[in-house]
Design a protein around this ligand. Sequence first.
Ligand SMILES: CCCCCCCCCCC/C=C/C(=O)SCCNC(=O)CCNC(=O)[C@H](O)C(C)(C)COP(=O)(O)OP(=O)(O)OC[C@H]1O[C@@H](n2cnc3c(N)ncnc32)[C@H](O)[C@@H]1OP(=O)(O)O
Ligand SMILES: NC(=O)C1=CN([C@@H]2O[C@H](COP(=O)(O)OP(=O)(O)OC[C@H]3O[C@@H](n4cnc5c(N)ncnc54)[C@H](OP(=O)(O)O)[C@@H]3O)[C@@H](O)[C@H]2O)C=CC1
Length: 291
Amino acid sequence: MAEQESGAREPAEFGLDDAALAAHPTVYAADAFAGRTVLVSGGAGGIGRAAAWLLGRLGARVVLAGRNAEKLEGARTAMAAHGLYVRTAVVDIREPESVAALFARVAAEAGGIDMLINSAGGQFPQAAIDFSAKGWNTVINTNLNGTWHMMQAAARAWRDAGRAGSIVNIVVVTTHGLHGVAHTIAARAGVIGLSQALAVEWAPLDIRINCIAPGVIETPGWRVYDPKAVAAYPRSNPMMRNGSTWEVAEACAYLGGPAGGFVTGEVLHVAGGSQLWGETWTIEKPDYFRV
Ligand SMILES: CCCCCCCCCCC/C=C/C(=O)SCCNC(=O)CCNC(=O)[C@H](O)C(C)(C)COP(=O)(O)OP(=O)(O)OC[C@H]1O[C@@H](n2cnc3c(N)ncnc32)[C@H](O)[C@@H]1OP(=O)(O)O
Ligand SMILES: NC(=O)C1=CN([C@@H]2O[C@H](COP(=O)(O)OP(=O)(O)OC[C@H]3O[C@@H](n4cnc5c(N)ncnc54)[C@H](OP(=O)(O)O)[C@@H]3O)[C@@H](O)[C@H]2O)C=CC1
């Protein structure tokens, strides 16, 4: 990974690139997802892209969804060159009509899906006292409402087709130590509660729902964080390192696939233990907390 003169890294260089994702070893059997179709929102981003690569390499047909057609096409081209089955679809998860159109297209062109990974999301770092109404609503709309629109559309499709399904929602660590992103903590705590409620309500439909709470995972999404905050991330968990998108992808394969067949309503932290120890400041740490 290249470094700028200041020592800060170029945002585009955070995380694993396509060449690394094509070659990274996996613990799963080569045909573990053969015959399955997986929809990944945020599929051209860091975590979603790694999950798409892994599941594609394990035999799944993959549909990548996001707002930016160019980013999606870049991801599709790289995966297709590796012989993987990949389709793309533009969606804004905040718009129910856009989500409905996505699911109609996926039904028509891919015959529906078996698994949904909700990796689309994000936030900006700011002291909560300074949030504007628009900023708050943007983060809640993206992470809570957007994830809900995707979950409901998937469940309706599975119910109508009499087909089983599983959902993996990517959230954040909500219980301890993540500061300066209170809007996203609120939204993701909502997603976790929603997922637990629906794990029961939708069990009769043979739908499993789980969440993954990543810790500090190097991705291009880190571009919105101050380089000084990013430099401190490796010391924010007891394992004293950043995580990789591959580590989250393998957790997605476990929870969303056959290995997790008896797991629902769970939150799996892939966070190096940061849910128990450490603190991550995405804004400047107030003097009050300095010892
Ligand atoms: C020790 C335990 C802890 C565990 C360890 C956890 C480690 C966590 C590490 C850090 C936390 C998590 C990191 C990640 O999730 S990175 C990957 C996710 N990707 C992103 O976050 C992408 C970057 N974010 C965005 O793109 C945007 O923030 C957003 C999600 C909001 C999407 O925005 P959209 O493009 O739709 O909207 P706009 O940019 O037009 O903005 C809309 C309004 O939102 C307000 N806003 C936006 N940015 C800012 C900002 N920087 N400061 C203040 N306000 C902001 C604003 O009102 C915008 O409207 P206006 O432009 O009209 O003002
Ligand atoms: N990286 C980390 O350290 C951590 C990440 N997470 C969470 O994991 C998830 C994935 O993060 P990561 O891969 O790092 O982030 P990225 O920013 O790399 O990817 C997120 C993707 O979400 C898509 N997206 C954002 N808003 C929308 C929308 N309204 N509709 C459709 N797609 C959208 C973006 O694609 P496009 O721009 O094309 O729409 C983007 O590619 C996020 O929810 C993030 O907050 C949680 C904890 C830590």
